[in-house]
Design a protein around this ligand. Structure first.
Ligand SMILES: Nc1ncnc2c1ncn2[C@@H]1O[C@H](COP(=O)(O)OP(=O)(O)OP(=O)(O)O)[C@@H](O)[C@H]1O
Length: 344
């Protein structure tokens, strides 16, 4: 389970995130051992730009069929990680595999089954959505021209653009443009989609469109790896989460594992805060703070029932008692050290 200290430092990340300390001496490129049980696996993935370590010893584990939210503030290393996954840049150290195939050794086969949205394809403003996809498909040497028509029709259908396929690109809304970009990534059947900030710059309506599209792609069995700095976006659609901070993966696991990793705190309303604080301290509650009419603390492993019973035994009147986990937003702030944009 993910555990946070009082400063928000992570003590034991879910699924062994990067807890290897020194970025100074990343191990040399390790032998790639593709893990077929995972859609994406990396081991010690590291990228330096000069003296800057942009990605530091990252071990990603993305199960097949997951919608994996790759979260982190701007500059935390998400895009650099994705570029290494797709073979667009070489890591300084570490290995990576997609769909059980090592990158770059088996990239030609693997990447044919992987759709990606990293920088976004360049669309022609005066051509229709369909004509733009025809241009992109024609430029793909691996695409079979005999099936172009069907594949483009299927991709447009999947992103809900069939009716608007004949409209010029310049008349598309931002959400439609992004859906067309995803259609471009779907021109061949894909087992894995890697989307870098697919809702960046979109208005709330466009964000909803893309979010619901990701949900429907995932329900067809496609594994989706989606990066974002927007908490609300991933919170709603992701089965798994990974959180980046300063190039390190500081938490990883199922959404409920990551969410459950926060420290539970208790809040007690009482007319006898000093007496209550003494009882809680004697029980072993940590960080007890008594204030006017209330007491706060961190119960650790203590059950709420045992705490309330002890208070009642000691004659402390309890007006209300709450034991709560931090919100996902609080958790991310503590993991990443900065606020997340929660709009979206
Ligand atoms: N080609 C490059 N040369 C030098 N530094 C780079 C290069 N690409 C990325 N960086 C640096 O690496 C760090 C991680 O950047 P990256 O783009 O991977 O982060 P990010 O989490 O994707 O953020 P954003 O959402 O802003 O793109 C940043 O400090 C960035 O300035």
């Amino acid at each position: 389970m993910t555990q946070l200290t009082a400063e928000g430092e992570q003590a034991a990340p879910v699924g062994r995130a990067s807890d290897v300390p020194s970025p100074a001496a990343p191990s040399p490129a390790r032998a790639a051992v593709p893990d077929a049980s995972l859609a994406i696996a990396t081991h010690g993935l590291t990228k330096r730009f000069g003296s800057q370590v942009a990605v530091n010893d990252v071990d990603l584990r993305v199960p097949h069929g997951a919608v994996y939210g790759f979260l982190g503030p701007n500059g935390s290393g998400k895009t650099t990680t994705i570029r290494m996954l797709l073979g667009l840049i070489e890591p300084t150290a570490g290995s990576r595999s997609l769909l059980g195939m090592a990158i770059p050794q088996q990239a030609t086969i693997a990447l044919h089954r992987v759709g990606s949205l990293v920088e976004g394809p360049a669309f022609h403003p005066y051509l229709s959505g369909r004509a733009n996809l025809e241009r992109l498909d024609a430029a793909d040497v691996l695409a079979d021209p005999r099936t172009t028509r069907v594949r483009i029709g299927t991709a447009l259908e999947r992103v809900g653009l069939t009716a608007a396929a004949g409209k010029r690109y310049r008349a598309y809304s931002l959400g439609m443009r992004q859906r067309l970009a995803i259609a471009a990534a779907l021109l061949a059947p894909r087992d894995l989609l890697v989307l870098d900030e697919p809702t960046n710059g979109l208005d709330p309506q466009g964000t909803r469109e893309v979010r619901s599209l990701i949900g429907s792609l995932a329900s067809d069995g496609t594994t989706v790896f989606v990066s974002s700095h927007l908490l609300a976006e991933v919170e709603q659609i992701c089965s798994h989460l990974g959180v980046m901070r300063d190039g390190r993966l500081v938490a990883q696991g199922t959404a409920s594992e990551v969410r459950g990793g926060g420290t539970v705190s208790l809040h007690l309303v009482t007319a006898q805060p000093e007496e209550a604080a003494a009882v809680l301290t004697a029980l072993g509650v940590q960080s007890v703070i008594a204030d006017v009419g209330e007491v706060r603390g961190i119960p650790g492993e203590l059950e709420p029932e045992a705490i309330v019973a002890a208070l009642v035994r000691a004659g402390v009147g309890v007006r209300s008692f709450t034991a709560s986990s931090p919100s996902l937003e609080d958790l991310f702030v503590s993991l990443t050290g900065e606020g997340f944009d929660v709009s979206g």
